[in-house]
Design a protein around this ligand. Structure first.
Ligand code: ARG
Length: 467
């Protein structure tokens, strides 16, 4: 088991003043975050550069010390980027690893950097900067996926496919229209990303441990230098708040749910039974035993990533639930969830963008399926309302009888004879055969947002001007 005591030399040099010994081995293991928060090195250095510049500007440290600090931090940045930096678990986290190295590099001036600052506002800053950048990457990735769908929608604005409810054939729609449904979904995700960037665009640095500081700092100056709109207003909230991480995870979860629905459709569409699409070789795999198989593994994995991403949201919500203000070490558990969800989402969006761009749309198969399953029954009912003046409920009933008859005869609605149809309702004329085709059906649905090719092209134009 872990040793409980160590000699004085092992106590932490950042805060070891009141400590007679270092941590038990197991304490070091549970406490250290360097294994994952090293990812924040660039944000940490950027934050420290801005903080030091502000301290010098306010006369809190000398310009000379500020220059030494900046020089040292830039050296550390290159060391980390070159892979020569020695990370130490004894130094717990990225903040103390960098500060300790700074002391080695520049001596006592390094000790002035932490004036008017705490690791509590420092980590809040670093993590916020990272999440903000990740949100910006997510925005770009979603725009790429939307662009892929817009291209496919344009190409297939006239291609007819069956539309489904309950996964039962409902009414014919166009593949372009179906693509545009996903554009709406990912467009909302992107809008949520933009709102989140707006919400979180406030600088935490200068909140210090929780109460602010007695030094004459200028938080507006650091906020501006770090690209934030303004500083946060309440120092207690600032070091307690992880809403920006929760918002990122919520947005990621909703987007992942959208991606998994698309993934599921791709899995279904690519079965031999549906045969609506053919996935490119680049986005499928074979079977080691069944030579005929082409498996939609990428789509399945995108569908599965949703589990990890949603799990991260629940994990961090649970970490934050019931935490008293202000900072508690529990909050150190925020980062791995966000990093994992971010990586999963990036991968899922990129894979999906590739699949959407590459997949072959089998319009012949889609069209054949669109005409089966009595998909134009509603068109018959609508015609009876429009041309024969029937109340919709009566038209529905008459059409139901026509479907039952077709089912009995084993044919499609358009294959019933005129006399068969007239036996059900004498008002029916041969005009009906023009109405029962899938092309006529989709072309007639010109209502705003409907599936008519002309309407779908309007939707595409609306999005093109916004993408
Ligand atoms: N590694 C810590 C974290 O990620 C940094 C903040 C530590 N603050 C403290 N008061 N111990 O949350």
């Amino acid at each position: 088991m872990a040793e409980n005591t160590k000699d004085q030399d092992t106590s932490n040099k950042m805060w070891g003043g009141r400590f007679a010994s270092g941590p038990a081995a197991i304490m070091e293991e549970i406490n250290a975050s360097i294994g994952f928060d090293k990812k924040l090195y660039a944000q940490d250095i950027r934050g420290s550069l801005a903080h030091a510049a502000m301290l010098a500007h306010q006369g809190i440290i000398s310009a000379e010390d500020k220059d030494k600090i900046a020089g040292g931090l830039n050296t550390i940045l290159s060391e980390i980027e070159a892979g020569t930096f020695q990370f130490s678990r004894q130094l717990e986290d990225i903040h103390m690893n960098i500060e300790a190295r700074l002391a080695t590099l520049i001596g006592p001036a390094a000790g002035r950097l932490h004036t008017a600052r705490s690791r509590n506002d420092q980590v809040a800053l670093d993590f916020r900067l990272w999440v903000k950048e990740e949100l910006q990457r997510t925005e770009t990735a979603l725009s790429g996926l939307i662009a892929a769908f817009l291209d496919r929608a344009e190409e297939h604005a006239d291609s007819v496919m069956p539309g489904f409810t309950h996964l039962q054939t409902a009414q014919p729609v166009t593949f372009g229209h179906h693509c545009m449904a996903y554009v709406e979904m990912f467009g909302r995700d992107r809008q949520r990303v933009r709102h989140a960037i707006e919400h979180m665009d406030e600088s935490p640095i200068g909140a210090a441990a929780l109460a602010g500081t007695g030094f004459p700092i200028d938080r507006h100056m650091t906020a501006k230098a770090l690209g934030f709109r303004e500083p946060t207003r309440n120092s207690i909230d600032t070091v307690s708040d992880r809403d920006f991480a929760l918002e990122f995870l919520s947005i990621a979860s909703i987007a992942a749910v959208h991606l998994s629905r698309l993934a599921e459709e791709i899995v279904i569409w690519s079965t031999p039974q549906f045969g609506f699409i053919r996935l490119s070789d680049a986005f499928s795999t074979g079977s080691s035993i069944m030579p005929q198989k082409k498996n939609p593994d990428a789509a399945e994995l995108v569908r599965a990533k949703t589990g990890r991403i949603n799990g991260s949201l629940i994990a961090l919500l649970t970490v934050m639930k019931g935490l008293p203000l202000a900072y508690s070490k529990d909050m150190q558990e925020d980062k791995e969830q966000v990093f994992d969800a971010a990586e999963s989402l990036e991968l899922a969006v990129a894979a999906m963008t590739g699949m959407v761009r590459d997949m072959v749309i089998r319009t012949d198969r889609m069209k054949a399926a669109a005409g089966s399953g009595y998909s134009t029954a509603t068109d018959l009912a609508d015609w009876l309302v429009r041309e024969a003046g029937l109340p919709f409920r009566d038209a529905h009933h008459a059409t139901g009888k026509a479907v039952a008859l077709a089912e009995e005869k084993g044919c499609e609605l358009a294959e019933l004879s005129l006399s068969d149809l007239q036996a059900i309702n004498p008002a029916i004329t041969d005009e009906i055969f023009g109405v029962l085709t899938v092309e006529a059906s989709v072309a007639s649905r010109k209502s705003y947002g409907g599936t008519a090719p002309a309407e779908v092209r309007k939707q595409i134009a609306w999005w093109r001007s916004r993408n």
